[in-house]
Structures are given as C-alpha cells and as structure tokens.
Ligand binder design. Structure first.
Ligand code: AG3
Length: 277
C-alpha cells in the first residue's frame, strides 16, 4: 500500500492556503495562551506553528531573524542593553549575541511553553538562550515595557500576528511605552506583516510610531514561509537614522541574508509599498 501523505495548511487569508508535506508531528500542546505545534516538513525542515500560523522554519528562519536583529543593531552605534518582546524561539537572541558590544539581551516572552518546546526541539534556533549574556523573563511584554523606563538601547518586537495575545503589541499605547522604555538615543523595530495582505495595519502602525518617534522607517525582506513572502519591519528611532549610517563601518559578522551592502537597500520601497505609508 502507498504511504499515506500528510499535509499541513496555514490559512493565510480567507481565500488562500499555504500547504506543505509533513513527515512527522514532533510535538503539539495547548498552552495557556495558544496552540503550539512543531512539525517536520519536507521542504523547510522543522517548523514552529502557533495558532495555525507558521512562526519559523529551520530552512528560512535566517531571513527573518537576521533582518529584525541586524538592521537595528547596526543602526545604533553602541547597543549594550537589548530587549526582545516575544520571540520565544530564541532566534532573535541568537542574532543579537553575534554583536560583541551587546552586554545583555533580555527575552521578554509571555508563553514559557514556547521557550521550552523550542529549547527541546529547535536547538538550532534556540541555542543562544543559555548564553551568559541572555536572560529570559516570562511576562507580558506590554506590562514589562510600561514598568521599565530609560533602560534599553534597542528593543525588538518579535510578535505573532495581530490577533489574540499580540493585538496590544500593534497599538499606539504600546509604542509610547516602548519610547519611554528606551534610553534617550534608543531605537526599536517591530515585525509588521505583509505589504500584500496587511496594508491597513502597516499604515496604522507606521503613523502611530511616526507620531511618537522623530525617525520612522519601513524596510522589507523576503521570508518564503510567511504570507506572500514579502514582509515588513518598522523602525522607530529617537536619534539614529538607518539611512544616515556609514555602512563602511559595519563589522562583518556571520550572516546569510544581511550584509552591509544591503543595509540601506532594504529601505528602498516598491511604489505600491511607498503608497501604503
Ligand atoms: N514572528 C512573526 C510571525 C508572523 C507569521 N505570520 C503568519 N505565518 N501568518 C515570528 C517569530 C520568529 N521568531
């Protein structure tokens, strides 16, 4: 008899699915906050899924994690204290710790089970969570930034989609709290979804951040397993402009997507994206 084929589909929009063949369901759980699954896919290797949405895969995680970490960390001239809101898989922390001047990287994650499952089943991504310079704090990111002032050089918001527990991470009050949680020359980046499918969200977020931070910039990257592949990140900065930095001073670190030549090019937007903001 022929082997039975198993397929996983993320319903990316009401009218579109993203489907991959899976060879194994490695782990599933219903956590306090969400449904969690770790699948073995043929095309992308191990995959972390939360509430049916693909968060990261072994094959393409570098695209997202490098873009969300190295753009802000090379824009700030001396990032020493960095916080990640969300990002329980640890991929952003791994990229942050490639920067030698970083003294401490905090992971502020609401769902401890995401961290535990990633440590157990996705060591390629979570490996840096045990580093001496990493500290994990299990709490609500919104509460954390509201309770800490003037503390970080860089904050990176690695959230899930704006549904359920992550909704507040796309709201103006949160960006105001992030502003106050940053030092006087601090900056932050948030993942802000797809310019094909989430135009209203991108526009709202951009203008909320723009009303709080003196410098606001949108940049794009390509992440094959995310809806449409084309993905946006929005930066709010108190002082440093990613377009004004001297890219010849960027130190070479071990990366597969990000490089100094790309830094400013990431901010060059297709016309339809320029029109969104
Ligand atoms: N956080 C952003 C995931 C968004 C994906 N959306 C979707 N598949 N519908 C990723 C966390 C990786 N550290």
């Amino acid at each position: 008899m022929a082997e039975m084929e198993l397929w996983f589909t993320e319903q990316q929009t009401p009218d579109l699915g993203f489907t991959c063949k899976i060879t194994k369901t490695i782990y599933t759980a219903k956590t306090k906050y969400q449904d969690l699954a770790i699948l073995e896919t043929k095309q992308f290797g191990k995959m972390l899924v939360l509430d049916g949405a693909v968060q990261t895969t072994i094959v393409d995680e570098f695209c997202y994690h490098e873009l969300i970490a190295h753009v802000p960390l090379f824009t700030h001239p001396n990032p020493k204290k960095v916080a990640v809101i969300g990002g329980g898989d640890g991929g952003v922390i791994r990229e942050i710790l490639k920067h030698e001047e970083v003294e401490k990287a905090y992971l502020i994650e609401i769902d401890q089970e995401v961290i535990e499952a990633s440590k157990k089943y996705l060591p390629e991504i979570s490996c840096a969570l045990d580093d001496k310079r990493a500290e994990v704090i299990i709490t609500d990111g919104i509460k954390f930034v509201s309770e800490n002032k003037n503390m970080f050089d860089v904050i990176i918001v690695d959230s899930t989609d704006p549904v359920g527990p992550a909704v507040g991470l796309f709201e103006s009050n949160f960006y105001q709290a992030v502003y106050e949680c940053l030092k006087e020359d601090g900056l932050f980046v948030a993942q802000t979804e797809s310019p094909f499918y989430d135009q209203d969200l991108i526009r709202n977020v951009f203008h909320s951040i723009k009303s709080i931070f003196p410098i606001t910039r949108l940049y794009l990257g390509f992440i094959p397993t995310y809806p449409s592949g084309l993905w946006s990140f929005t930066m709010g900065s108190k002082k440093y402009d990613p377009l004004e930095i001297d890219v010849s001073k960027i130190k070479r670190i071990d990366t597969r997507y990000y490089n100094p030549e790309l830094h400013k090019a990431l901010f060059a937007l297709p016309t339809f994206v320029q029109k969104i903001i």
